[in-house]
Unconditional design. Structure first.
Ligand SMILES: *Cc1c(COP(=O)(O)O)cnc(C)c1O
Length: 424
């Protein structure tokens, strides 16, 4: 008797994220990963061109990260973080604050991108309450924004295409296009009532790797200052060198009031996230009244193993000049695509920023572009057939690979992306 396949067992007991089980192909059965490659149960190898959902920074199974993880697991696996502390958490906070834009002085740990946004939203509003401005109940967020899947994060995300049916449970958010004038107008309309403005600085990831100029981020900072609103920078995807600098905010030369980081924080190894903020926000909660504390905390907050791996990842980032490497990788993939697709009418736009390269394809006649485009599953399957893991966002094909990619692997990605762009 042959053993039942992993996919068959999976199909009976698992419910996958962002997956329509009624129609989608069975999941890839992944046995192992090393460097830029995933190894499947059937022996096939796939080049991980999307860093396993934008997390894998240096490559899979980097020996230094694995060593840090094993060492920390033996030393201190976990301890509650209310009323206790440990070296990896403190050291990581010191490191993050030294690397982040100047003016951020406090680190609040959580587990993933969504929770780092929840923390920022809650802190921002409560800081206004403690400052005597409970009427600041309005959040401003951008069109096409994505900030995660928990209720607060869904509320500030654009409801289209995912969250519209949940609208009865989402608090109201003023949505503005990525435009300085529109942002000013919305702030003026809600003058004195805005708690915070949220941005994914420079690149709106889930929207389809949409870029905007550093000038917009700079403008948002100035506008927040002028209106007494906080600025929340969601760098869950853009953080740790994805856009050409360690943090995207650096290119705008600004410091947000809240900096949300997650995905690549541990190099893509374990779940860990953090919300960084300013001393004034922290001080707004200081009181002899116990009830005025920040009422938030997750069971695994500041998990020591996660913190130790994040520290090892940050050390590697400097040793291996990861930011420059990602930039060179992005430029090479982009150049390969320009060479192969120049003048091709099926390509609506081709762009690169740091280690992110995106290609907007013209959807088939009669079809609107967007996340639910029918071409998406076809493109995904065609990439896998060619040995590359891509996961197009609707009609947007993109690469966001780990920093260990070789020139040959960069060229393989641009070749496959170009072939996909020209599929019938
Ligand atoms: C992925 C993402 C999130 C959500 O992170 P999770 O870890 O999936 O909860 C939030 N914001 C941005 C910009 C993201 O890319």
């Amino acid at each position: 008797m042959t053993p039942e396949s992993l996919s068959a067992r999976d199909a009976r007991c698992i419910w996958h994220p962002y997956t329509q089980h009624g129609i989608e192909a069975e999941p890839l059965a992944v046995r192992a990963a090393a460097g830029s490659e995933l190894e499947l149960e059937d022996g096939r190898r796939l080049l991980d061109a999307i860093a396993s959902w934008w997390t894998c920074l240096h490559g899979h199974g980097h020996p230094k990260l694995v060593a840090a993880l094993a060492h920390q697991a033996r030393t201190l696996d976990h301890v509650l973080f209310a009323g206790a502390t440990h070296e990896p958490a403190v050291q990581l906070a010191e490191r993050l604050l030294a690397l982040a834009p100047a003016g951020l002085t406090r680190v609040f740990y959580s587990d993933d991108g969504s929770t780092t946004v929840e923390v920022a939203l809650k802190m921002a509003y409560l800081a206004h309450v403690h400052g005597g401005a409970p009427e600041r109940t309005v959040f401003l967020a951008l069109e096409e924004a994505y900030h995660g899947d928990t209720f607060g994060a869904m509320a500030v995300g654009d409801p289209v295409p995912f969250f519209e049916p949940l609208a009865p449970f989402l608090f109201e958010v003023q949505r503005v296009p990525v435009d300085a004038g529109a942002l000013d107008a919305a702030l003026a309309e809600h003058a004195g009532r805005v708690a915070a403005v949220l941005v994914e600085p420079l690149v709106q990831g889930a929207a389809g790797m949409r870029f905007h100029a550093p000038a917009f981020v700079r403008h948002a900072r100035a506008a927040c200052d002028a209106h007494g609103a906080y600025m929340i920078a969601d760098e869950v995807m853009t953080g740790f060198g994805r856009t050409g600098t360690l943090f995207a905010c650096e290119q705008a030369g600004i410091t947000p009031d809240f900096l949300c980081i997650a995905k690549a924080l541990t190099g893509g190894t374990v779940a860990l996230a953090a919300t960084l903020t300013r001393e004034a926000v922290y001080e707004a909660f200081l009181s002899s009244d116990r009830s005025r504390f920040f009422p938030h905390g997750h069971t695994m907050t500041a998990n020591p193993i996660g913190c130790a791996v994040a520290l090892a990842s940050l050390a590697l980032l400097e040793e291996e000049d990861t930011v420059a490497r990602l930039n060179a990788i992005g430029q090479r993939i982009h150049a390969g695509l320009v060479e192969r697709l120049d003048g091709e009418r099926r390509v609506r736009d081709l762009r690169q920023r740091g280690g992110i390269v995106a290609l907007d394809l013209v959807p088939p006649a009669g079809e609107a572009p967007g996340y639910l485009a029918t071409m998406t599953p076809r493109l995904r399957a065609a990439a896998i057939e060619r040995g590359v893991l891509l996961r197009p966002l609707g009609n947007v094909l993109y690469a966001l690979p780990p920093a260990c990619l070789t020139d040959v692997e960069c060229d393989r990605i641009s070749t496959v992306m170009a072939e996909l762009a020209l599929l019938d």
